[in-house]
Ligand binder design. Structure first.
Ligand SMILES: NC(=O)c1ccc[n+]([C@@H]2O[C@H](COP(=O)([O-])OP(=O)(O)OC[C@H]3O[C@@H](n4cnc5c(N)ncnc54)[C@H](OP(=O)(O)O)[C@@H]3O)[C@@H](O)[C@H]2O)c1
Length: 296
């Protein structure tokens, strides 16, 4: 099976390739990477990796790659927003490989400004004439490379408090990166599977419960500082205006924290043998990892 992967150097791509190397040593995989991507850790894996350079947001990249080679499966892990570009290129070249796409449960957000591009991409995907599998993970955690809970744990450990904007009773269901990587492997091993799947974690918690769990696992008190929602939004707006993409908090994050983000994963359990670990177990593993790396 000829496979192309985008995002191989990212959190999910690297974990997926590690699992492939372990379970299918010497498998041949093509990776679309950027000229600046650091592939050093991938090169140590027991896989035959073929690097193709380009930008997955650009149709020139896709047309060039797909005119040189055809693939049975494309795992596009980079960004759901690039999907229309990929589909246009496939259509131009008359190819219909199986697609495995990582989307996001962010598509369900009531804030249209944050979900509209995801909705557009999903709509396009639904009209794809070939087989496809769309995975919608919730917030991903469980690695030093995760951009959410890892930062939250570090902050709580360092400062002993965390701001809670608004009531803090919104629901979350973070999913462990390793559970997602197992699913990617399962999909690679089972090329007949197609469908759309929400992939959430094993536990639903409120934001305040999450902070309490982190406090328990790092064995340190974490004060929950309640702040008005409007204050949080104004603060994030100012930080974003000054620091741009380096801002530690975004208006989107604060607004979306007010939304319930718990989604059942029954379909994935049935079709993909998806049995995610509990949040307590996953966080305990993440905290242990952080202690080992002396990050906390
Ligand atoms: N993080 C979450 O909580 C979350 C939740 C739901 C869904 N998702 C989705 O899950 C997917 C995987 O996330 P991740 O955490 O593995 O991401 P990540 O760690 O940020 O990695 C991103 C990867 O994409 C590559 N990349 C970025 N832009 C590219 C471009 N224009 N052309 C080619 N390659 C490009 C990066 O390459 P370089 O090495 O060159 O940077 C890197 O390999 C993403 O689609 C993300 O939107 C994430």
């Amino acid at each position: 099976m000829k496979t192309l992967i985008t995002g191989a150097t990212g959190l999910m791509g690297a974990l997926f390739l590690e699992k492939l190397a372990k379970n299918h040593p010497s498998a041949e995989i093509s990776c679309l990477i950027r000229p600046t991507s650091n592939c050093s850790s991938l090169n140590t894996l027991n896989l035959k990796l073929n690097y193709l350079t380009g930008d997955s947001a650009k149709s020139e990249t896709w047309r060039h790659i797909l005119s040189e080679e055809t693939f049975d499966t494309i795992f596009h892990l980079v960004q759901l927003r690039h999907v229309p570009t990929i589909l246009d290129s496939l259509q131009t070249l008359g190819q219909i490989p199986r697609l495995v796409i990582i989307g996001t449960t962010g598509v369900y957000s009531k804030y249209n400004q944050y979900s509209v591009e995801y909705k557009t991409a999903e709509t396009r995907l639904k009209s794809y004439p070939g087989p496809y599998c769309l995975l919608r993970p919730t917030m991903i955690y469980g690695s030093y490379r995760d951009k959410n809970i890892h930062k939250l744990i570090r902050f709580c450990h360092k400062y002993g408090f965390f701001p809670v904007f608004g009531p803090g009773n919104n629901l979350l269901q973070p999913v462990h990166a390793d559970d997602l990587a197992k699913t990617l492997l399962y999909l690679w091993e089972n090329p007949h599977i197609a469908g759309e799947y929400d992939l959430s974690g094993g536990t639903v918690v409120s934001f305040r419960e999450l902070l309490a769990l982190v406090s328990q696992l790092i064995s340190k008190p974490v004060r929950q500082i309640s702040l008005p929602l409007k204050f949080g939004i104004s603060m994030a707006r100012i930080l974003e205006a000054i620091l741009k993409t380096r801002s530690p908090v975004k208006v989107e994050q604060i607004l979306r924290l007010q939304e319930d983000k718990a989604y059942p994963h029954k379909a994935a359990q049935k079709d993909l043998a998806f049995y995610p670990r509990s949040l307590e177990e996953g966080l305990r593993q993440e905290v242990e990892l952080m202690r080992k790396k002396t990050v906390i």
